[in-house]
Write a protein that binds this ligand. Structure first.
Ligand code: NAD
Length: 365
């Protein structure tokens, strides 16, 4: 029996709709296990710009500091897309949150149930057993956080530069997350880089090799250049079990993985750092892979599974409730595989609403 204390940042678009579902499922599953949920909801993203003049108000950040985890929806939408880039909801809310809590590792399971093979753009004979892989992306280093500048040359031509840099300690800590993830799965990991061209990748590969030799001798470590990895993911995704890579390569490959796994409505993620919460577990931010889906927002038809599964990841990593997390994951799978489907994964079936999907999951808990 414990009190699980987290901050709810539903955000914009479908965020509040799918967050309501996730909270219903979490309340039921945790209540059955004897745990109590203690959460407070705060504005983030576009709604926070409207209500507070900034995408990440200090009151929201403070609520996150007081909690053991953040359950995040998604932010942004057409209403705010003409703001200057530095004030855009995603950039002005998510990046500072990642920075504030040093969330350097993004874990995104690429899971496609065999029953949902139709949802993947890959031919079903390439994925007879669905897809079950994990992408780990370094989240706070590399080119997105390196020095940037734009200038005018003497001849009047404009030029711009973004620089990529990595320290050994930054590489080692993401290698640790990859190693631990591999140990909990098939003890097989692929490190993805561009060591034939980039200095950062040469250091990445050397550091990873030494780190795994010393700390994870049982794990089978392989390497792949990022261009080949993009091709191999589309050709035969299950040749990977766990793969990990630096920030920009991970940004691109994780989206490719999302596409081959079917609907964004099914994919969850966890962003973790080294900060421990009051329970001694990892503090983390948990969110669906998709965005605010303005095309379907407000219609009550969004797929709540990604948000619900993000809640399950929160239980596993930040609250040590592996048993309840697995129960939720099984209920989602049972509901989807028994044919209860929202529009994004319906494929000829009569689509159900967000609320009906949520009820079907709760009934199977
Ligand atoms: P999107 O992920 O919102 O939507 C892409 C497509 O996937 C749409 O057709 C949408 O309907 C569908 N989709 C996504 N989630 C779904 C769900 N749960 N159920 C059913 N269908 C779902 O991407 P976009 O259209 O490029 O972006 C829309 C807005 O979201 C933009 O403002 C963007 O900046 C923002 N965004 C935010 C985040 C975040 O908060 N982490 C991530 C990506 C995009």
């Amino acid at each position: 029996m414990a009190t699980l204390k987290f901050t709810v940042l539903a955000g914009d678009g479908i965020g509040p709709e799918v967050m309501e579902s996730a909270l219903e499922v979490l309340n039921k599953a945790c209540g059955d296990a004897g745990d109590t949920l203690s959460y407070s909801a705060h504005d983030v993203g576009g709604i926070a710009i409207d209500n507070h003049g900034t995408a990440l108000p200090e009151s929201t950040l403070e609520a996150c500091r007081q909690a053991d985890a953040i359950l995040f929806g998604s932010v942004g939408g057409p209403k705010w897309e003409n703001l200057p880039p530095s004030q855009q909801p995603e950039r002005a809310a998510l990046l500072p949150l990642r920075k504030a809590f040093k969330l350097f590792a993004n874990i995104r399971p690429g899971l496609l149930y065999p029953e949902l093979a139709d949802a993947s753009p890959l031919k079903s004979e390439r994925i007879p057993n669905g897809i079950d892989i994990v992408c780990i992306r370094e989240l706070t280093g590399g080119i997105y956080f390196g020095e940037k500048k734009t200038w005018q040359n003497d001849d009047g031509e404009m030029q711009a530069c973004d620089s990529m840099s990595y320290k050994v300690s930054e590489i080692e800590r993401i290698a640790e997350v990859a190693g631990q993830t591999a140990m909990a799965r098939g003890k097989k990991v692929c490190s993805i880089d561009k060591a034939n061209v980039l200095e950062t990748s040469v250091l990445w590969r050397k550091t990873v090799t030494e780190y795994f030799k010393k700390n994870f001798p049982e794990v089978q470590l392989s390497y792949m250049y990022v261009d080949n990895a993009a091709m191999q993911l589309a050709r035969d995704p299950n040749q990977f079990d766990v793969f990990f890579t630096e920030n920009m390569f991970g940004d691109i490959l994780s989206d490719e993985m999302a596409v081959i796994c079917g609907s964004l409505g099914m994919l969850c993620s966890a962003s973790l750092g080294d900060i421990k919460n009051s329970l001694g577990n990892k503090f983390g931010l948990y969110e669906p892979a998709g965005g605010t889906a303005p095309d379907i927002a407000g219609k009550g038809i969004a797929n709540p599974c990604a948000q619900i599964l993000s809640g399950a990841m929160m239980l596993r990593y930040s609250f040590g409730r592996d048993d309840v997390a697995s129960k939720i994951e099984k209920a989602v799978r049972d509901a989807v595989c028994s044919g209860v489907r929202t529009g994004d994964i319906a494929f000829g079936r009569t689509p159900v609403s967000t609320k009906e999907m949520t009820q079907a999951i709760i009934e199977r808990l």
